[in-house]
Design a protein around this ligand. Structure first.
Ligand code: NAD
Ligand code: LMR
Length: 326
């Protein structure tokens, strides 16, 4: 059996936490041979509730769960963490855009960036789920100067999975028949789900769907899926968000399949002309615990315009939180 790894999860008493923790502890994230120690962070008033979740974790008798700690102090929860999943933040309600949460949530991520810098493993892999996820990841990264900036990522895997599901439903195939889906940009209504390079059973997806459906229905359905769920459920997506967070970390740690790629919000290195440093979603392959941007994809004028719109939004969000970026 491998030595246990430390997985810190913030917002552990929240909706997403309630799905996420059990999947991590069962081995869905890091493999059925990888024991985990969960280090849970919550705000003080939610510590009792998180204690209840821990009772349930114990009652599952998970073979891979090697320990659980609870704290309301970020430095304690992040101590020696190998993985940090930053979920704890306010969710949006009906009629709000995710960036409306910037002010409410930004302070959380500057404090947690500092705490990661002080306490986490130097190799910590950080996933920001709390919205607005891309810019929160940027805030955490900039407050952690001693950690490799590339270790800070934001979740667009939910958008990626949503895009797979919409396309599979339209064409009448299974999501596993689809490869090379791409989400560009921000986890927001400006994101660009791009099927220009996507394959269905090895053949171009673009040739299998009507261009009008793609431009006028597919893109907006994926962009607006979070809002549709809030409207229907009266609360934002939780189990699907947790599942995508599991996918994001598993792919990062264990790799993408040959010939396929995934989407991750990562610091731009200037690829595809995207402003360096923004946390922007790119198509990436993962191997040996490292991700790499897929290079050389052709970008037509339709795609360029969409990639630019979501980039512009991220520049605006970055400028709005300048005071939190040392
Ligand atoms: P929730 O309100 O059910 O849970 C959030 C939890 O975070 C609460 O228990 C709260 O006490 C805790 N919390 C607040 N501030 C904290 C802090 N400083 N430190 C530690 N914990 C703190 O919300 P949820 O439904 O679990 O969603 C959490 C976040 O994830 C929201 O911002 C939501 O918008 C976002 N989200 C992102 C995606 C994505 O694809 N990136 C998908 C779904 C939800
Ligand atoms: C989602 O995409 O479901 C989440 O980001 C929640 C939201 O605010 O839409």
């Amino acid at each position: 059996m491998k030595a246990p790894v430390r997985v810190a999860v913030t917002g552990a008493a929240g909706q997403i936490g309630y799905s996420l923790l059990f999947r991590i502890a069962s081995g869905d994230m890091l493999g059925k041979d990888q024991p985990v120690i969960l280090q849970l962070l919550e705000i003080t008033p939610a510590l009792e509730a998180v204690g209840g979740v821990v009772m349930e974790l114990e009652d599952c008798a998970f073979p891979l769960l090697a320990g659980v700690t609870i704290s309301d102090k970020a430095e304690e929860a992040f101590k020696d963490a190998d993985y940090a999943m930053l979920v704890g933040a306010r969710p949006r309600g009906p009629g709000m855009e995710r960036k409306d949460l910037l002010e409410a949530n930004a302070a959380i991520f500057s404090a947690q960036g500092k705490a990661l810098n002080d306490a986490a493993s130097r190799d910590v892999r950080v996933l920001v789920v709390g919205n607005p996820a891309n810019t929160n990841a940027l805030i955490a990264q900039k407050n952690a100067p001693d950690i490799n900036p590339g270790q800070f990522t934001a979740m667009t895997r939910l958008d990626h999975n949503r895009a797979l599901a919409q396309l599979a439903g339209k064409v009448g195939v299974h999501t596993t028949d689809i490869t090379r889906m791409t989400i560009w940009g921000n986890h927001s209504a400006t994101q660009y789900p791009d099927i220009s390079h996507t394959l269905i059973k090895g053949e171009a997806a673009a040739g299998k769907v009507d261009r009008g459906w793609y431009e006028n229905e597919f893109i907006s359905t994926v962009q607006q899926r979070g809002a549709a769920i809030i409207k229907a459920r009266g609360a934002s997506s939780a189990a699907s968000a947790a599942s995508s967070a599991i996918d994001h970390m598993r792919t990062w740690a264990l790799g993408t399949a040959d010939g396929d790629w995934t989407s991750m919000g990562i610091p731009s290195d200037g690829s595809y002309g995207i402003t360096e440093g923004l946390i922007y979603s790119f198509p990436v392959t993962c191997k040996n615990g490292q991700y790499e941007i897929v290079q050389g994809l052709e970008v037509d004028s339709f795609s360029r315009e969409k990639m630019q719109a979501t980039e512009n939004e991220l520049v605006g969000e970055r400028d709005a939180v300048k005071h939190l970026l040392p």
